[in-house]
Design a protein around this ligand. Structure first.
Ligand SMILES: Nc1ncnc2c1ncn2[C@@H]1O[C@H](COP(=O)(O)OS(=O)(=O)O)[C@@H](OP(=O)(O)O)[C@H]1O
Ligand SMILES: Nc1ncnc2c1ncn2[C@@H]1O[C@H](COP(=O)(O)OP(=O)(O)O)[C@@H](O)[C@H]1O
Length: 644
């Protein structure tokens, strides 16, 4: 430990106590580098991070005392301080059974502030890495000098490249255990260089280090490398971390982009658009274009909490006012007029699946991209990538930690840029509409041209006109329930009653639609989702035509029923749960299908080996054990057309 003096936490403490403003000021003007460390526990990751924290004097005194006591007691390094204990000790939550996926640690040197995301390498590596790496400027890929480039080194590097980390440090660690042998280092670097090229990593910086002994971690006073590696001419790890260009510096040179977070309208005289500048810079007088609409205007003022600015750059939060009244709200993007981002609703994207439940192809998820939220579906993946071999494999869906490429269809146009141009406007997450959990992270590759050639056709006779000619309020009476529950029977009874009341109706029945429009579909999850999507679209067109539509489909999934509800106007969707217990439906077995399913001759049968998710808050429930089909129909008609 001779060349690493004890940290002067006392000096820092004194400055904080004496002049907190001066202390904060010294920090405020430093740039911030976010980085991620990749490697497994055995590669010495914890030791390295511990040493960075220790050498940068960001450990508090009481932690230091505890650390040296613990090192002597349980450490694996004799009388020396075991830095791994520091990191693992800080993550004591883990021992209490609380899973922390990514631990962020803060430290600072004279030149720069740092946030390091430490992602546990073993379990759930993809999910953790994607979370930790999504905002990182740089990745430190640790390799054990005794083991060289391993499968996991490749996997981590691939993920870093995918997530768009352009600064990669290959830290060849534990050099002390190979006698600081240059040949060992050179051959690992050559190995890695060949692999890096193959996955598109253009350059990287290799540094021979020992996290344990401290070689080439922090700069020495004379600027020389560690005496143990006289053959190494490059910078120490910290010097390198201090000198690379951070993302906000890179983003500042790009065309201007401000994703609007909210519209600030304190009074009628002020209308400002607030957000964090994602790219470029802006000045009063700048020509801008507001997307997705595309109208142009000029920036009037650049307003902040501390007054107006002459210029603001990427990384700053500002409020812009514009010279003209333009359509601009949360989710809009204000961009340089002559270099705007693209607008599209169909894309090819790389998707990293983060949820335990598989991707449901064709299901609507919330897609959040910057400040924009739309509903979107993912098509069957073109392939998924084996992250150990980089092979492209056929895939019907994506499971936890899978990475794949698929087409994504949004229900509204998105303002976007390819991910390799802009992380902010090219990176998105998918959120489950029912559980609200984040299920995937994605990176837009490019838009599909076809979406730009399809336009809405405006017609003169609209849906109100159709409805008023029929003198009725269009509705969708959506029957859902098990096979044999009574959907078709009751829907038929309801339709007869409505016809007697001169209502204009149409009944879409599962069995019939599956013989025509949907005869290409079977009963897999994806096919059922597509079945309901199409039926939903047809039902919607029929409401546009002014009809009361009755649908009788099992429609087993809440998500798709919710999707159809969303497609329609308020109160137009009436969910009717035909509540028949499985035993009852099975005892009826009108078509003999339950018997077949029980015998194994029919697979994926709802209620047997395919799930049915009952509605949670249907408008109407009919219990077919307590009511006859006629009674159920009466009940429904009264509900939708109350007797006056
Ligand atoms: N595996 C399997 N699971 C469920 N049902 C099956 C299956 N295979 C064939 N059938 C027959 O298809 C009818 C259900 O079609 P749906 O379009 O309503 O199903 S779904 O909404 O897409 O789940 C259903 O009709 P109903 O009995 O009227 O519900 C069945 O007769
Ligand atoms: N209360 C009831 N409501 C509806 N159907 C009933 C009822 N009681 C018995 N049934 C019988 O159950 C069967 C339901 O079949 P069906 O309407 O085709 O169901 P689904 O369309 O849900 O598959 C019919 O044979 C019907 O006569």
């Amino acid at each position: 430990m001779a060349d690493h003096p004890a940290p002067s936490v006392y000096e820092t403490d004194a400055l904080i106590a004496e002049d907190i403003d001066a202390y904060l000021d010294t920090h405020q003007h430093k740039t911030m580098l976010r980085f991620i460390t990749c490697g497994s526990v055995d590669d010495g990751k914890s030791t390295l991070i511990g040493r960075l924290l220790y050498d940068s004097k960001m450990i508090f005194e009481d932690q230091l005392d505890a650390l040296s006591a613990d090192s002597k007691r349980v450490g694996t390094q004799g009388q020396e301080i075991d830095f791994a204990l520091l990191v693992d000790g800080l993550a004591a939550e883990r021992e209490q059974g609380i899973t922390i996926d990514v631990a962020y640690r803060f430290f600072t040197t004279e030149k720069r502030k740092f946030i390091v995301a430490d992602c546990p390498g073993h379990e759930q590596y993809t999910r953790n890495m994607v979370t930790g790496a999504s905002t990182a400027d740089l990745a430190v890929i640790l390799v054990d000098a005794r083991k060289g480039v391993l499968v996991q080194t490749r996997r981590h590097s691939y993920l870093c490249q995918l997530i768009g980390i352009r600064n990669v440090v290959l830290a060849v660690n534990k050099m002390d255990l190979v006698d600081y042998d240059q040949q060992v280092f050179d051959s690992i670097v050559a190995d890695y260089a060949a692999f890096a090229r193959s996955i598109g990593i253009e350059s990287f910086t290799a540094i021979p280090i020992s996290g344990f002994k401290g070689d080439n971690i922090t700069p020495k006073a004379d600027g020389a490398p560690s005496a143990n590696t006289p053959w190494y001419r490059g910078p120490s790890l910290v010097e390198h971390l201090e000198s690379v260009e951070v993302l906000s510096q890179i983003e500042a040179d790009k065309p201007f982009r401000l994703p609007v977070q909210w519209v600030n309208r304190p009074n009628l005289d002020f209308r400002g658009f607030a957000g964090l500048i994602a790219g470029g810079s802006v000045k009063p007088g700048a020509a801008v274009r507001v997307l997705p609409g595309g109208r142009t205007s000029t920036v009037a003022r650049v307003v902040t909490m501390d007054g107006d600015l002459d210029e603001a750059v990427a990384g700053q939060s500002v409020t812009l006012t514009l010279a003209d009244e333009v359509d601009c709200s949360r989710g809009s993007v204000i961009a340089a007029a002559d270099a705007p981002p693209e607008v599209a609703d169909q894309f090819e994207a790389t998707i990293v699946w983060l949820a335990d439940d598989d991707l449901s192809v064709g299901r609507g998820y919330w897609l959040k991209l910057g400040t924009q939220t739309v509903s979107a579906t993912v098509q069957q993946p073109k392939y998924r990538v084996d992250v150990n071999t980089m092979d492209q494999l056929a895939a019907k869906t994506l499971g936890l930690n899978d990475i794949g490429v698929a087409e994504v269809f949004a229900d509204k146009p998105l303002v976007f840029e390819p991910y390799d141009k802009s992380r902010t406007l090219g990176g998105f997450i998918l959120v489950d509409k029912i559980t609200n959990a984040t299920v995937a992270a994605g990176m837009l590759k490019f838009s599909l041209r076809r979406s730009q050639n399809v336009h809405w056709q405006a017609t003169d006779i609209g849906r109100e006109h159709h409805a008023s000619l029929k003198n009725q309020q269009p509705r969708v009476l959506w029957f859902t329930g098990l096979s044999g529950s009574g959907k078709s029977t009751i829907a038929n009874e309801v339709e007869k009653r409505l016809a007697l009341m001169n209502r204009h109706t149409f009944l879409l029945d599962g069995d019939n639609v599956r013989h025509g429009l949907n005869k290409d579909l079977g009963f897999t999850e994806a096919d059922r989702i597509e079945n309901i999507r199409r039926v939903g679209e047809v039902a919607k067109l029929m409401t546009d035509a002014g009809l009361i539509v009755l649908t009788a489909f099992i429609s087993p999934f809440r998500a798709e029923r919710a999707m159809v509800r969303e497609m329609l106007a308020d109160h137009e969707f009436v969910e009717i749960f035909v509540d028949t217990p499985l035993e009852v439906a099975e005892a009826r077995d009108v078509k003999g299908l339950y018997r077949k399913a029980r015998s194994g001759a029919l697979k994926n049968f709802t209620g047997i080996d395919s799930p049915y998710e009952p509605p949670e808050a249907p408008e109407i429930t009919v219990n077919t054990v307590a009511m006859t089909a006629e009674e159920a129909a009466e009940h429904i008609v009264r509900h939708i057309l109350p007797l006056k």
